[in-house]
Ligand binder design. Structure first.
Ligand SMILES: [Fe+2]
Ligand SMILES: [Fe+2]
Length: 218
């Protein structure tokens, strides 16, 4: 698609996504989408064969159905629903059908967790990695504390307390999130560039929780 034609459509879709996600909770609001978009552009810059128009639209739309998923307390998968909304929205803008299907497939596979569709194209791998990157590093630590605060969890607990507790409990601290999930994220990255960025962010997270531990265990 011609770049000028693409940019005018992209601007209108950007405004649609912004208005839909602006009031979503902090972990998955429009700021998260913008960070994922930046991560995706950064990864794609190292992969010449990646289609940047597909990457940008898929990143922008990847969490479009978060509000729907939250309104039914997770009974609906935002990746599946997001692909459906995306197909509906992009058809209004006259994008080629193959491009729409490609973008929808990226959205459908962005939260791949062993079941469900896995990323099948380089653009889908970029979106998956870009989204994962936002869960680690300094941003990841911030999001983990934000989530723990919303659930009224403790600021810090020991690894024993954290690992012997349930999700959404008082012990579901940022440290528990790190131990159970975040420290394993770098092993799940798919692109070479994503793996490198993830390793840098993982180093910082490790140091952060070591420092937290050292301040508390005197
Ligand atoms: Fe998502
Ligand atoms: Fe996301």
């Amino acid at each position: 698609m011609l770049q000028t034609d693409f940019e005018s459509k992209y601007t209108r879709i950007y405004e649609f996504v912004k208005s839909k996600l602006q009031s979503a909770p902090g972990c998955h609001d429009f700021d998260h989408t913008l960070r994922v978009l930046r991560n995706a552009e950064k990864i794609a810059a190292e992969i010449p064969e990646a289609d940047l128009q597909i990457v940008r639209l898929a990143a922008l739309l990847h969490d479009i159905a978060r509000p729907e998923e939250m309104s039914v307390k997770g009974k609906l998968c935002h990746a599946q629903e997001g692909a459906r909304i995306c197909a509906f929205e992009l058809k209004k803008y006259d994008f080629p059908q193959a491009m729409i299907e490609h973008i929808c497939a990226c959205i459908q596979s962005h939260r791949f967790r062993g079941n469900g569709p896995s990323p099948q194209s380089i653009e889908a791998e970029i979106i998956y990695d870009a989204d994962k990157l936002d869960s680690i590093g300094a941003v990841g630590v911030g999001r983990a504390f934000h989530f723990a605060g919303r659930e009224n969890a403790r600021v810090h607990n020991s690894s024993e307390e954290a690992l012997n507790s349930e999700a959404y409990s008082r012990e579901d601290s940022a440290y528990r999130e790190y131990l159970v999930k975040l420290r394993h994220v770098p092993d799940k990255m798919l692109t070479v560039s994503g793996k490198r960025h993830a390793a840098e962010r993982a180093r910082f997270m490790h140091e952060f929780f070591e420092q937290l531990e050292s301040e508390i265990r005197v």
